[in-house]
Design a protein around this ligand. Structure first.
Ligand SMILES: NC(=O)c1ccc[n+]([C@@H]2O[C@H](COP(=O)([O-])OP(=O)(O)OC[C@H]3O[C@@H](n4cnc5c(N)ncnc54)[C@H](OP(=O)(O)O)[C@@H]3O)[C@@H](O)[C@H]2O)c1
Length: 264
Protein backbone atom coordinates (compact mmCIF):
# COMPACT_ATOMS: atom_id res chain seq x y z
CA UNK A 1 0.00 0.00 0.00
CA UNK A 2 1.15 3.55 -0.69
CA UNK A 3 0.98 6.56 1.63
CA UNK A 4 -2.45 7.54 0.22
CA UNK A 5 -3.83 3.99 0.44
CA UNK A 6 -2.97 3.09 -3.17
CA UNK A 7 -2.45 -0.60 -3.92
CA UNK A 8 0.90 -1.85 -5.21
CA UNK A 9 -0.54 -2.12 -8.71
CA UNK A 10 -1.53 1.56 -8.66
CA UNK A 11 1.84 2.81 -7.48
CA UNK A 12 4.37 4.30 -9.87
CA UNK A 13 8.14 4.41 -9.29
CA UNK A 14 10.59 6.47 -11.35
CA UNK A 15 14.02 4.81 -11.32
CA UNK A 16 16.90 6.71 -12.93
CA UNK A 17 19.98 5.02 -14.39
CA UNK A 18 17.86 1.90 -14.88
CA UNK A 19 19.32 0.59 -18.15
CA UNK A 20 21.75 -1.66 -16.22
CA UNK A 21 23.37 -2.25 -12.84
CA UNK A 22 21.67 -1.16 -9.63
CA UNK A 23 18.91 0.82 -11.35
CA UNK A 24 17.88 -2.18 -13.43
CA UNK A 25 17.76 -4.42 -10.33
CA UNK A 26 15.74 -1.81 -8.41
CA UNK A 27 13.23 -1.39 -11.25
CA UNK A 28 12.74 -5.16 -11.59
CA UNK A 29 12.34 -5.55 -7.83
CA UNK A 30 9.54 -2.95 -7.88
CA UNK A 31 7.97 -4.72 -10.86
CA UNK A 32 8.00 -8.03 -8.97
CA UNK A 33 5.89 -6.30 -6.29
CA UNK A 34 3.49 -5.05 -8.96
CA UNK A 35 4.68 -1.42 -8.72
CA UNK A 36 4.78 0.22 -12.18
CA UNK A 37 8.36 1.32 -12.94
CA UNK A 38 9.26 4.26 -15.17
CA UNK A 39 12.84 3.49 -16.20
CA UNK A 40 15.14 6.13 -17.58
CA UNK A 41 18.75 6.40 -18.84
CA UNK A 42 20.33 7.21 -22.24
CA UNK A 43 20.41 3.76 -23.87
CA UNK A 44 16.91 3.31 -25.32
CA UNK A 45 17.45 -0.30 -26.46
CA UNK A 46 18.69 -1.38 -23.01
CA UNK A 47 15.76 0.43 -21.39
CA UNK A 48 13.29 -1.37 -23.66
CA UNK A 49 14.82 -4.67 -22.53
CA UNK A 50 14.43 -3.65 -18.86
CA UNK A 51 10.82 -2.57 -19.45
CA UNK A 52 10.10 -5.90 -21.16
CA UNK A 53 11.68 -7.78 -18.23
CA UNK A 54 9.60 -5.67 -15.82
CA UNK A 55 6.43 -6.62 -17.69
CA UNK A 56 7.21 -10.29 -17.35
CA UNK A 57 8.10 -9.77 -13.64
CA UNK A 58 4.57 -8.51 -12.96
CA UNK A 59 4.29 -4.86 -14.02
CA UNK A 60 2.43 -4.93 -17.37
CA UNK A 61 2.57 -1.13 -17.69
CA UNK A 62 6.33 -0.55 -17.27
CA UNK A 63 7.40 2.59 -19.16
CA UNK A 64 10.84 3.39 -20.68
CA UNK A 65 11.87 7.01 -21.30
CA UNK A 66 15.30 7.53 -22.88
CA UNK A 67 17.00 10.71 -21.66
CA UNK A 68 20.42 12.22 -21.05
CA UNK A 69 19.72 13.25 -17.48
CA UNK A 70 22.75 15.52 -17.27
CA UNK A 71 20.82 17.94 -19.51
CA UNK A 72 18.85 20.65 -17.70
CA UNK A 73 15.30 20.02 -18.94
CA UNK A 74 15.39 16.22 -19.09
CA UNK A 75 14.39 15.26 -15.53
CA UNK A 76 11.23 17.36 -15.88
CA UNK A 77 10.46 15.74 -19.25
CA UNK A 78 10.70 12.27 -17.65
CA UNK A 79 8.40 13.33 -14.81
CA UNK A 80 5.90 14.69 -17.37
CA UNK A 81 6.06 11.44 -19.36
CA UNK A 82 5.31 9.44 -16.18
CA UNK A 83 2.37 11.71 -15.36
CA UNK A 84 1.03 11.61 -18.92
CA UNK A 85 0.98 7.80 -18.80
CA UNK A 86 -0.04 7.12 -15.20
CA UNK A 87 -1.29 10.39 -13.66
CA UNK A 88 0.65 9.82 -10.45
CA UNK A 89 4.13 9.34 -8.99
CA UNK A 90 4.60 7.49 -5.69
CA UNK A 91 8.32 6.74 -5.61
CA UNK A 92 11.43 8.42 -6.97
CA UNK A 93 14.78 6.61 -6.89
CA UNK A 94 17.65 8.88 -7.98
CA UNK A 95 20.29 6.36 -8.96
CA UNK A 96 21.91 7.56 -12.23
CA UNK A 97 25.56 8.37 -11.70
CA UNK A 98 28.88 8.10 -13.52
CA UNK A 99 31.73 9.92 -11.82
CA UNK A 100 35.28 9.43 -13.07
CA UNK A 101 37.98 7.96 -10.82
CA UNK A 102 41.68 8.69 -11.15
CA UNK A 103 44.61 10.83 -10.14
CA UNK A 104 43.27 14.16 -8.86
CA UNK A 105 45.84 16.17 -10.84
CA UNK A 106 44.79 14.45 -14.07
CA UNK A 107 41.05 15.11 -13.72
CA UNK A 108 40.05 18.33 -15.52
CA UNK A 109 37.17 20.65 -14.66
CA UNK A 110 34.98 18.99 -17.29
CA UNK A 111 35.02 15.68 -15.40
CA UNK A 112 34.09 17.36 -12.11
CA UNK A 113 31.29 19.32 -13.77
CA UNK A 114 29.96 16.24 -15.59
CA UNK A 115 29.98 14.22 -12.35
CA UNK A 116 27.90 16.84 -10.57
CA UNK A 117 25.67 17.51 -13.61
CA UNK A 118 24.39 13.93 -13.67
CA UNK A 119 24.40 12.58 -10.15
CA UNK A 120 23.80 15.74 -8.12
CA UNK A 121 21.93 18.21 -10.34
CA UNK A 122 19.65 15.61 -11.97
CA UNK A 123 18.67 14.46 -8.47
CA UNK A 124 17.84 18.04 -7.45
CA UNK A 125 15.81 18.56 -10.64
CA UNK A 126 13.90 15.28 -10.27
CA UNK A 127 13.05 16.05 -6.66
CA UNK A 128 11.79 19.53 -7.58
CA UNK A 129 9.72 18.36 -10.57
CA UNK A 130 8.20 15.32 -8.86
CA UNK A 131 7.66 17.01 -5.46
CA UNK A 132 3.96 18.05 -5.69
CA UNK A 133 3.01 14.66 -7.15
CA UNK A 134 4.91 12.75 -4.47
CA UNK A 135 3.28 14.94 -1.82
CA UNK A 136 -0.17 14.15 -3.22
CA UNK A 137 0.57 10.42 -3.16
CA UNK A 138 2.22 10.40 0.29
CA UNK A 139 5.29 9.14 -1.55
CA UNK A 140 8.94 8.37 -0.98
CA UNK A 141 12.32 9.41 -2.38
CA UNK A 142 15.50 7.35 -2.14
CA UNK A 143 18.70 9.06 -3.27
CA UNK A 144 21.51 6.64 -4.11
CA UNK A 145 24.78 8.06 -2.81
CA UNK A 146 27.75 5.79 -1.99
CA UNK A 147 30.16 4.99 0.84
CA UNK A 148 32.61 7.50 -0.64
CA UNK A 149 30.35 10.12 0.97
CA UNK A 150 31.74 9.25 4.40
CA UNK A 151 35.08 7.70 3.53
CA UNK A 152 37.07 9.95 1.19
CA UNK A 153 39.70 8.27 -0.99
CA UNK A 154 42.39 9.93 -3.12
CA UNK A 155 41.29 8.42 -6.42
CA UNK A 156 37.61 9.37 -5.90
CA UNK A 157 37.75 13.17 -5.67
CA UNK A 158 34.66 13.64 -7.85
CA UNK A 159 32.39 10.80 -6.72
CA UNK A 160 33.11 11.31 -3.00
CA UNK A 161 32.11 15.00 -2.94
CA UNK A 162 29.07 14.32 -5.16
CA UNK A 163 27.97 11.60 -2.74
CA UNK A 164 28.52 13.85 0.30
CA UNK A 165 26.49 16.59 -1.38
CA UNK A 166 23.64 14.12 -1.88
CA UNK A 167 23.66 13.13 1.80
CA UNK A 168 23.44 16.80 2.76
CA UNK A 169 20.75 17.57 0.15
CA UNK A 170 18.68 14.55 1.25
CA UNK A 171 18.70 15.69 4.86
CA UNK A 172 17.78 19.24 3.86
CA UNK A 173 14.75 18.29 1.76
CA UNK A 174 13.72 15.64 4.30
CA UNK A 175 13.11 18.51 6.75
CA UNK A 176 10.59 19.92 4.28
CA UNK A 177 9.17 16.53 3.23
CA UNK A 178 8.35 15.81 6.87
CA UNK A 179 5.62 18.45 6.75
CA UNK A 180 4.40 17.60 3.27
CA UNK A 181 4.02 13.85 3.50
CA UNK A 182 7.07 12.77 1.50
CA UNK A 183 9.49 10.32 3.13
CA UNK A 184 13.06 10.91 1.98
CA UNK A 185 16.17 8.85 2.65
CA UNK A 186 19.65 8.34 1.29
CA UNK A 187 21.26 4.95 0.61
CA UNK A 188 25.03 4.44 0.38
CA UNK A 189 26.01 1.25 -1.43
CA UNK A 190 29.45 -0.26 -0.90
CA UNK A 191 31.24 -2.34 -3.55
CA UNK A 192 28.50 -3.89 -5.64
CA UNK A 193 28.90 -6.17 -8.67
CA UNK A 194 28.00 -3.96 -11.61
CA UNK A 195 29.94 -2.73 -14.66
CA UNK A 196 31.59 -0.08 -12.47
CA UNK A 197 33.17 -2.75 -10.27
CA UNK A 198 34.13 -4.90 -13.25
CA UNK A 199 35.94 -1.88 -14.73
CA UNK A 200 37.88 -1.45 -11.47
CA UNK A 201 38.84 -5.16 -11.46
CA UNK A 202 40.03 -4.95 -15.08
CA UNK A 203 42.01 -1.76 -14.41
CA UNK A 204 43.79 -3.37 -11.44
CA UNK A 205 44.47 -6.54 -13.47
CA UNK A 206 46.02 -4.50 -16.28
CA UNK A 207 48.07 -2.31 -13.92
CA UNK A 208 49.47 -5.24 -11.94
CA UNK A 209 49.51 -7.87 -14.69
CA UNK A 210 47.05 -10.10 -12.80
CA UNK A 211 44.48 -12.53 -14.21
CA UNK A 212 40.89 -11.41 -13.55
CA UNK A 213 40.20 -13.83 -10.69
CA UNK A 214 43.33 -12.71 -8.84
CA UNK A 215 42.62 -9.02 -9.38
CA UNK A 216 39.13 -9.58 -8.07
CA UNK A 217 40.41 -11.34 -4.94
CA UNK A 218 43.07 -8.64 -4.39
CA UNK A 219 40.40 -5.93 -4.53
CA UNK A 220 38.10 -7.83 -2.16
CA UNK A 221 40.91 -8.11 0.37
CA UNK A 222 41.84 -4.45 -0.08
CA UNK A 223 38.24 -3.47 0.68
CA UNK A 224 38.18 -5.76 3.72
CA UNK A 225 34.88 -7.43 2.87
CA UNK A 226 33.75 -11.05 2.84
CA UNK A 227 32.17 -10.68 -0.61
CA UNK A 228 31.17 -8.07 -3.14
CA UNK A 229 27.55 -6.97 -2.96
CA UNK A 230 24.91 -8.03 -5.48
CA UNK A 231 22.58 -5.51 -7.13
CA UNK A 232 19.76 -7.40 -5.38
CA UNK A 233 21.26 -6.42 -1.98
CA UNK A 234 20.70 -2.77 -2.87
CA UNK A 235 17.32 -3.33 -4.52
CA UNK A 236 16.06 -5.09 -1.37
CA UNK A 237 17.13 -2.14 0.79
CA UNK A 238 15.47 0.39 -1.56
CA UNK A 239 12.21 -1.58 -1.54
CA UNK A 240 12.30 -1.71 2.24
CA UNK A 241 12.89 2.06 2.48
CA UNK A 242 9.84 2.64 0.25
CA UNK A 243 7.61 0.24 2.20
CA UNK A 244 5.15 0.84 5.03
CA UNK A 245 7.48 -1.15 7.31
CA UNK A 246 9.95 1.74 6.97
CA UNK A 247 7.35 4.44 7.65
CA UNK A 248 9.37 5.80 10.62
CA UNK A 249 12.66 6.01 8.70
CA UNK A 250 13.02 9.57 7.47
CA UNK A 251 16.02 11.74 6.62
CA UNK A 252 18.33 8.79 7.26
CA UNK A 253 21.54 7.76 5.52
CA UNK A 254 21.57 3.97 5.30
CA UNK A 255 24.87 2.23 4.51
CA UNK A 256 24.63 -1.13 2.69
CA UNK A 257 28.26 -2.15 2.26
CA UNK A 258 28.90 -5.60 3.79
CA UNK A 259 31.01 -3.92 6.47
CA UNK A 260 33.37 -2.02 4.14
CA UNK A 261 33.12 1.31 5.97
CA UNK A 262 35.80 1.35 8.69
CA UNK A 263 34.58 4.42 10.63
CA UNK A 264 31.40 5.20 12.53
N1 LIG B 1 28.21 -0.34 -8.01
C1 LIG B 1 28.77 0.13 -6.93
O1 LIG B 1 29.64 -0.50 -6.33
C2 LIG B 1 28.33 1.48 -6.37
C3 LIG B 1 28.88 1.87 -5.14
C4 LIG B 1 28.49 3.09 -4.61
C5 LIG B 1 27.58 3.89 -5.29
N2 LIG B 1 27.09 3.48 -6.48
C6 LIG B 1 26.15 4.38 -7.17
O2 LIG B 1 25.04 3.67 -7.60
C7 LIG B 1 24.54 4.22 -8.83
C8 LIG B 1 24.42 3.10 -9.87
O3 LIG B 1 25.69 2.52 -10.03
P1 LIG B 1 25.93 1.26 -10.98
O4 LIG B 1 27.08 0.54 -10.40
O5 LIG B 1 24.64 0.55 -11.22
O6 LIG B 1 26.41 2.00 -12.30
P2 LIG B 1 26.36 1.55 -13.82
O7 LIG B 1 26.23 0.08 -13.95
O8 LIG B 1 27.49 2.24 -14.49
O9 LIG B 1 24.98 2.21 -14.32
C9 LIG B 1 24.85 3.60 -14.35
C10 LIG B 1 23.48 3.96 -14.88
O10 LIG B 1 23.44 5.39 -15.04
C11 LIG B 1 23.03 5.67 -16.39
N3 LIG B 1 23.61 6.91 -16.88
C12 LIG B 1 24.93 7.21 -17.05
N4 LIG B 1 25.06 8.43 -17.60
C13 LIG B 1 23.80 8.90 -17.79
C14 LIG B 1 23.26 10.09 -18.33
N5 LIG B 1 24.04 11.08 -18.78
N6 LIG B 1 21.91 10.23 -18.38
C15 LIG B 1 21.10 9.23 -17.94
N7 LIG B 1 21.54 8.10 -17.39
C16 LIG B 1 22.88 7.93 -17.33
C17 LIG B 1 23.51 4.47 -17.20
O11 LIG B 1 22.73 4.31 -18.36
P3 LIG B 1 23.11 4.82 -19.83
O12 LIG B 1 24.55 4.57 -20.06
O13 LIG B 1 22.18 4.00 -20.67
O14 LIG B 1 22.75 6.28 -19.85
C18 LIG B 1 23.22 3.33 -16.23
O15 LIG B 1 21.87 2.95 -16.33
C19 LIG B 1 25.52 5.31 -9.23
O16 LIG B 1 25.01 6.55 -8.85
C20 LIG B 1 26.77 4.98 -8.43
O17 LIG B 1 27.54 6.11 -8.13
C21 LIG B 1 27.44 2.29 -7.04
Amino acid sequence: MGGDGATSEERVAIVTGASRGLGRAIALAFAAKGVRPVVTARDGAALDEVAAAARSEGAPDALAVAADLSQTGEPQRVVEAALARFGRIDILVNNAGATKRGDFLALPDEDHLAGFALKYHATVRFCRSAWPHLARAGGAIVNISGIGAQTPVAEFTIGGPVNSALVNFTKAIAARGLHEGIRINCLCPGHIETDRLTDRIHALGEREGLPEAEARERLRQEYGIGRFGKPGDIAAAVLFLCSQEASYIHGATIVVDGGATPGI
